[in-house]
Design a protein around this ligand. Structure first.
Ligand code: PEP
Length: 233
């Protein structure tokens, strides 16, 4: 059974999120979709999501705190109101655009792990590292596990090469196999691929043995496209 996740990033309104979720939720039932489906909308839409029962809603980010003086952040006091028990940690946009350090990421991980959240933990190398070869890529990716308890039972991993995210450039099957195979040897957890997955490549990518599903941004934002992606996995 594949795990298919949609990351809205900073897209969609409360209204469009609600209709997306309703449509996808109904589609999962009517088409007997067996994949585990997780959607990460913006936090401002959480109160508009009342309809879903066949998919999980996750937080794209949260601070490792219940509540307090952390301007611009949300904590578990806010997540609990919407029964959110799934969180994305280590996404490349948080690492490379918002400058989250490995230490900050590990602190978040530890906090949400202690509360039993399902964690989708992302790793992936930038272009210059990829260009220096597989060994350097793996070294870089492994360093993104510093401070992370890889034996956590509610852990799902996502390998998302930075150069493939939102660029339309998907890693080749050989690239995916090489990195996934190596990660899988070290860490026995579900491993998703992310990086320009779309309707016409999702089936092939998910058929790679070491790929347990996909984390999808751009191609998942239109409900009809996401439904086709679900049909193809
Ligand atoms: C992502 O944001 O995790 C992602 C993989 O984005 P995209 O599908 O647009 O590359």
């Amino acid at each position: 059974m594949a795990i298919i996740a949609s990351n809205f990033k900073t897209n969609h309104t409360r209204k469009s999120t609600a209709s997306f979720i309703k449509e996808v939720d109904e589609f999962i039932v009517s088409n007997k979709i067996e994949s585990e489906v997780i959607v990460f909308p913006t936090a401002t839409s959480f109160d508009f999501i009342k309809t879903q029962s066949n998919l999980k809603i996750g937080a794209q980010n949260a601070y490792p705190i219940e509540n307090g003086s952390f301007t611009g952040e949300i904590g578990t006091q806010q997540l609990d109101e919407f029964n959110i028990r799934t969180i994305l940690i280590g996404h490349s946009e948080r690492r490379h655009i918002l400058n989250e350090s490995q230490a900050t990421i590990a602190k978040k991980y530890e906090f949400y792990k202690a509360l039993g959240y399902k964690i989708i933990y992302c790793v992936g190398e930038p272009l210059e590292v990829k260009q220096s070869g597989l060994e350097k890529t793996l070294e870089y990716v492994y360093s993104q596990f510093d401070g992370i308890d890889i034996n956590y039972e509610n852990l799902i991993l996502a390998y998302e090469p930075v150069w493939a995210i939102g660029t339309g450039v998907t890693a080749t099957n050989d690239d995916i196999e090489a990195v996934h195979g190596a990660i899988k040897k070290r860490i026995n957890k579900p491993l998703l691929y992310g990086g320009s997955v779309k309707v016409d490549n999702v089936r092939e990518i998910c058929s790679i043995e070491s790929v347990d599903g996909a984390l999808i941004g751009t191609a998942s934002w239109v409900a009809d496209d996401f439904k086709q992606i679900l049909e193809n996995t």
